[in-house]
Design a protein around this ligand. Structure first.
Ligand code: PCA
Length: 325
């Protein structure tokens, strides 16, 4: 009899202990814009697993990918309003708010990883400051591989682009389309294949990652490896939500974010060649851009750098000066 009682007591103790643990646990819902196969999302999942392990399960981050919980355009606002504590989005989408956020999407300003790192070092402080003024804390940022032009034919000059219906993903790609005489339409990465197959667009500029993940060979034929810029995704947290965590969890989040940033840059560097090979295997023709096309795109980049500087003002000039140092 006493043995049975003891057993009951032990079970009761164990379950009250579990309840105790459950109460201490914090759960964060984390919206992200891109699909689970995208390396950025893979990295976010690893970040969440790292945070869970480092906090012994006290902080659990539930990742909701591909805009399933909150649409891409709403993610930043939702974090700011505290609808969700944390999330990922494409940094230069904020350029409409302040041009400084868009520095990584100025064509031909930084076209390889070394320069992208320098540009990030030069712009990170200002960008973090602007986000902090809105109660937001930047945890990390990771670039996409360099951007190339996709079309249904070989493009030898900007004149060949004239009149194309161009898929844009931010203000800069829309402007680039205008300057090249194309017709831009904003389309989320998750909607690319539908947009092409229904004829809404017939060209785009994006990374080999997004081209391969959206199975570009199903709806176009040529990838022009222009290596025009390396735009970034960023993960940010609502500062008030972060402040509610205990010291140990805060430390874990920051450490795992630093680890995710490093891991993400390494993943990105491996992506370009890997995904170009996938596209080639599936029949996409990989084009080294002609001098004419590349030169004309670079001229558009010059125009856009000047426009960006005008919009970004003194903050923009400070970022460029730091970058050029
Ligand atoms: N892929 C994302 C952003 C940049 C990139 O390489 C997209 O096409 O939407």
């Amino acid at each position: 009899m006493t043995k049975i009682m003891n057993k009951f007591a032990a079970v009761a103790l164990a379950s009250s202990f579990m309840v105790g643990v459950a109460f201490a646990e914090t759960t964060w819902d984390m919206p992200t814009p891109y699909g689970d196969k995208t390396f950025h999302t893979v990295n976010v999942h690893e970040f969440a697993a790292d945070v869970k392990a480092a906090t012994n399960g006290e902080l659990v981050i539930n990742v909701h990918s591909a805009g399933s919980l909150i649409k891409h355009a709403e993610i930043k606002k939702s974090i700011r309003r505290g609808v969700v504590p944390i999330g990922e989005f494409f940094l230069s989408r904020l350029a409409n708010e302040d041009a400084v956020y868009g520095v990584d999407s100025v064509p031909f300003l930084a076209t390889n990883y070394e320069d992208a790192e320098k540009l990030w070092a030069a712009s990170k402080g200002k960008i973090s400051e602007k986000l902090a003024a809105q109660g937001l804390m930047m945890l990390y940022a990771v670039p996409w591989p360099s951007q190339g032009v996709y079309a249904k034919k070989e493009l030898n000059s900007v004149a060949d682009m004239k009149g194309l219906k161009f898929r844009a993903y931010n203000a800069a790609t829309e402007r680039l389309a205008q300057l090249a005489g194309m017709e831009p339409t904003q389309i989320e990465a998750t909607d690319i294949s539908t947009a092409f197959s229904t004829g809404r667009v017939d060209a785009m500029i994006t990374s080999p990652s997004t081209g391969a993940n959206s199975k570009a060979w199903d709806f176009l034929s040529h990838f022009h490896h222009t290596q025009a810029w390396l735009p970034k995704n960023t993960v940010i947290v609502n500062k008030a939500a972060f402040d509610k965590l205990d010291d140990a969890s805060q430390k874990a989040v920051l450490e795992m974010a630093a680890k995710a940033e490093k891991r993400g840059w390494d993943m990105s560097k491996a992506e370009s060649a890997e995904k170009i090979a996938v596209m080639k295997d599936n029949g996409i023709i990989i084009v080294t851009p002609s001098d004419t096309l590349q030169g004309e795109l670079k001229a558009i980049g010059k125009t856009m750098t000047a426009e960006w500087l005008e919009n970004a003002g003194a903050d923009g000039q400070a970022v460029l000066d730091a970058y050029n140092k």
